[in-house]
Ligand binder design. Sequence first.
Ligand code: HSE
Length: 311
Amino acid sequence: MKDYIKVFAPATVANVVCGFDVLGFAVNEPGDEVEMRITDTPGVTIKRITGDDGKLPLDAAKNTVSASVQHYLQHINRLDVGVEIELHKKMPIGSGLGSSSASTVAGLFAINKLMGDLLTAKELVPFAMKGEELACGYGHADNVAPAIMGGFVLVRSYDPLDVISLPTPEGMYAAIVYPEVDVPTKDARQMIRSKVFLKDAVTQWGNVAGLVSGLFMKDFDLIGRSMKDVLVEPTRSILIPGFEEMRSLAMENGAIGFGISGSGPSVFALAKDEATAKKITKAQQQHLNKLNINSKAFVSSVNAEGPREIK
Ligand code: HSE
């Protein structure tokens, strides 16, 4: 059995506008990397973290990667195993791109490979949800499930957990822009109303069903018509500078649909091809420049495979 592995796990766009806490998809860029080594001393340790500007804990009990690896080892009854982890952050933290999920999933994929693929991708989801609980106070699956399983994923139910892989229409690209302002997930969640009107709920579940149907039917128009959120976006978008202008720029430049990525501040658009996606992010970044806001852009196809071993 191998005693070393290096893994890439993808960033994810959660919610996909109308599917708050139940829809997400993975992208090929950005993503995080984990190097994992089996050692002779039992226990899980974090040896090094790069690219985090010192923001993430090295304490193995507090770090989402080590904590979920520990949880996995406990589950398979292998607390005798020693594991040393190096985490390489390759994406912004607190950006709404599933940064903690990517790290946690990379770690779980790595340990599962080193232990001989004992669990399936779907079976790893609850372990990654524990990591999310540690990172932001609640264990949602709309980032971790697509990060592990790849493609678009629907969380049909949390109790019992029921995650379903959805098809990804060929050629679809994501155009992501991260305005460099601070919007912690915890704060973005507090913005949301806890009670909704029935008429808004009707609109929302119509759109979720429309989006899922659009993915199956490969119908970009239907997907675009369904990318509307009447419950969460109206309040959360207030925290994102230039949000409405970025929407207009996305749609004017050919986007299928546009919205907040996860809890923000990143925004994303879906596009029919790479050239359109690049046009969208360019226009949006120019707008943010005018507002004196630094930004990062990521143009990526949808990641269909989830995490992968890298050299
Ligand atoms: N569904 C979660 C939320 C995702 O919107 O709060 C957080 O990235």
